[in-house]
Design a protein around this ligand. Sequence first.
Ligand SMILES: NC(=O)c1ccc[n+]([C@@H]2O[C@H](COP(=O)([O-])OP(=O)(O)OC[C@H]3O[C@@H](n4cnc5c(N)ncnc54)[C@H](OP(=O)(O)O)[C@@H]3O)[C@@H](O)[C@H]2O)c1
Length: 264
Amino acid sequence: MSIAVITGASSGIGREFAFKLRDIAKVTEFWLIARNVERLEKVRDELGVPCKIISADLTKSEGIDKYRTALEEEKLEISFLVNAAGFGVFGSFDVLSEDTVTDMIDLNVKATVLITHMSVPYMKNGGRIIELGSGSCFTPLPHFNIYSSSKVFVLHYTKSLNYELRPYGVRATCFCPGWVDTAFLPKSLDAPGAYVPKSMKPLLDVSKVVEGCVRASIKGRAMYVTNWYTKLQHLLFKLVPDCILTKLWLGMLKKNEEKSAEEK
Ligand SMILES: NC(=O)c1ccc[n+]([C@@H]2O[C@H](COP(=O)([O-])OP(=O)(O)OC[C@H]3O[C@@H](n4cnc5c(N)ncnc54)[C@H](OP(=O)(O)O)[C@@H]3O)[C@@H](O)[C@H]2O)c1
């Protein structure tokens, strides 16, 4: 029996991981975690394999404890852990509320670490962990600061973990996609007072990028960067001073802002 635990399984990338792990890695049972039970039940019905649904807000300690309790009760052996629960909001320091900033850090960083930390003891040789980084973790990004900084943490955390877990035969992969066609971007741009760049295209196909990541994870890669422009971003990050890359990002935001103004 092969069991996968997926946070953020109710939509987008997390949901897609369930289908790809079923088809490619032959996972036979899932623990699906997110807040929206109806959407989780829909994923369960479409998957057609046994699923345990855990409805939990992972920004809250009660949400994290729900998973901890279930693990302690069922003592399952985890083959794959995917931490896909996450969100980002565009906006500079003066428009993002303290709650938004805290929730972003609590979900993208704290919950990712805690869920991983409590899952590792239930993983055996061959176990795989996939943490959601982002193409945005390669460059300092003003007006997307908290989100991109949270993903820098995830990148370093995962790469280090990959070394720490090697002696146990468990590997951790940081998944760094560019902009993917999910609910993520519309939600990121929808926040009141957010800095709103309108054209963030081209958006990547969720099925393709998740399939690539599952294969990279099985091979035990420390990082999976999706497409050519995210790979280029990653390369430039190593070669070009980040002040230049940040200026390019600001130039892109300005263009988008001008376009937005024209559209109004
Ligand atoms: N799409 C992109 O362009 C992109 C690019 C790079 C990285 N990523 C990363 O990929 C991950 C998945 O994003 P996505 O594109 O699939 O976006 P999405 O479709 O909005 O999915 C986000 C998932 O996180 C869950 N979630 C949000 N807040 C939560 C909370 N407080 N507690 C528990 N679960 C919560 C959501 O479920 P509920 O609402 O049901 O709780 C949903 O299942 C995120 O970590 C994101 O940072 C996305």
